[in-house]
Design a protein around this ligand. Structure first.
Ligand code: ATP
Ligand code: MG
Length: 436
């Protein structure tokens, strides 16, 4: 268990200059003070696979307090998992003390289904390697020697470009079912296969995600859908029957369409909406444009909300109120799976309730709507609905153009689109003047 393979620089190919300067300065400060310190996790993995890492995590033999002594800008966070955040202004780097793997007889504690509840026991570098999830997430880069340390036989997995769970996959997924979502996320993002023994349990263990706190699943869902590979991840999530653990309404909606359109399931409008939206998200991430979770919820819950709103209307409720009632129903189901912070659910509601306004083309309403703070999000959503065939593409074209032209042309467009309305208004105004 304790044998270590040392991969020299000419083999792993990491150039120290690819490592963030500040992360290097933390590693140097800790080793100078006599502690062990390595770059670990996604940073090393991504560099070895030829990707550009998004962050650099550090593991050390120093306790959080010792890290703070060496690097005074450190803030210690967390009660259960105490971590050191070394600050550089608003940016910070996570420095974690080596942790022992979870062990029932030690400080770790498991709950029902074998889930880990506490595992805040410090350990050695070897133990720290073994408590990690996938072998390629357990490489330790030593800046001093330039070597990558491999305690878990990860080199072979790297060569095969595969994800292999360290230890017994069944036990490890039971300990922390979120590892199944991580497997799917990494497989999609880094184009890796999942080694068979690590893959099989994922097909059967979806139910374990029901025990995970909705707030954690929200964080994980964002990493999944805002990681730049949303389409591929969605396909994998569905393949492993895990989408229903995150967005049950979306999975139901997609399945209903598939039943109805057994011949050509991908021609369903909800299917097209979801795919067009995720493609759009992936494109925005590639271009470094902002993305909001509110949009993800707007898409995933749309079919359910439309159907429920229609029913409320049939029961005699006004259109807008029906939409609000349907939205409340949809969110009360959704938050049982993953939490939806209020600011996002409010924005999603606005995106939905504003959809009706795209049908009104009279000048006053159009000019007001263009100024609305949620116009852009609502417009993007309407165009996706048009692309999915749910509404006409004329509306998307019209609203695209009206944003681009000058004020005079905006007014002319409104007059052409809603001529009757303008005439009527003029007439009412004249009538009013006569009666005054
Ligand atoms: P990325 O940051 O690119 O999403 P990552 O692998 O760095 O990927 P983090 O969540 O930043 O993911 O975690 C850092 C490291 O901590 C992982 O590489 C892994 O070694 C370990 N780790 C994270 N989550 C778990 C988990 N649920 N179980 C075991 N080890 C984990
Ligand atoms: Mg990371």
């Amino acid at each position: 268990m304790n044998s270590v393979a040392r991969i020299p620089a000419n083999e792993h190919g990491i150039n120290p200059r690819e490592i963030d300067k500040r992360a290097r300065s933390i590693l140097k400060a800790l080793t100078r003070a006599g502690y062990e310190a390595y770059l670990v996790g996604g940073g090393v993995r991504d560099l070895m696979l030829g990707f550009h890492p998004k962050d650099f995590d550090i593991a050390t033999s120093a306790t959080p307090e010792q890290v703070k002594q060496v690097l005074p800008s450190t803030r210690i966070i967390g009660r259960r998992f105490r971590l050191a955040h070394v600050h550089f202004g608003r940016d910070y780097y996570e420095v974690a003390t080596f942790r022992a793997p979870h062990d029932k007889t030690g400080g770790g504690k498991t709950g029902e289904h074998g889930r880990i509840i506490h595992d805040n026991v410090y350990g050695t570098v070897v133990e720290d390697a073994y408590r990690r999830d996938f072998s390629i997430n357990a490489f330790f880069y030593d800046l001093q020697t330039g070597e990558v340390l491999d305690f878990v036989g990860a080199k072979e997995d790297l060569q095969k470009r595969q994800l292999r769970m360290i230890g017994d996959p069944v036990v490890r997924y039971r300990e922390d079912p979120v590892r199944m979502l991580r497997a799917i996320r990494f497989a999609a993002k880094l184009d890796l296969s999942i080694e068979p023994a690590s893959e099989v349990p994922i097909h059967h263990f979806g139910f374990l995600l029901d025990n995970i706190a909705p707030a954690r699943l929200f964080d994980e869902a964002l990493k999944i859908f805002h990681g730049g590979k949303a389409i591929k991840t969605l396909q994998l999530l569905r393949q492993y029957k895990l989408l229903q653990r995150l967005f049950p309404a979306a999975e139901r909606g997609l399945q209903e369409e598939e039943k109805q359109l057994a011949e050509k399931p991908d021609e369903g409008s909800f299917h097209k909406l979801v795919y067009a939206a995720l493609q759009n998200t992936d494109r925005r991430i590639r271009k470094n444009l902002p993305v909001t979770p509110a949009f993800l919820f707007a898409v995933m819950l749309w079919k359910q909300v439309c159907e429920a709103a229609k029913e409320y209307q049939e029961q005699g409720n006004p259109a807008l109120q029906s939409m609000h009632l349907a939205a409340s129903d949809a969110f009360s189901e959704q938050v049982k799976y993953l939490s939806v912070p209020r600011r996002f659910s409010n924005m999603t509601r606005e995106i939905w309730t504003l959809q009706g306004l795209f049908n009104f083309k009279n000048q006053r309403r159009v000019l007001n709507f263009l100024e609305h703070r949620r116009f852009r999000a609502a417009y993007d959503f309407m165009c996706l609905r048009a692309a999915s065939g749910e509404t006409t593409s004329d509306n998307c074209d019209w609203w695209t153009l009206v944003q681009e032209v000058d004020m005079d042309e905006k007014i002319r467009m409104c007059q052409r689109a809603a001529p009757g309305k303008h005439k009527n208004k003029k007439r009412t105004r004249q009538k009013r003047r006569i009666s005054e």
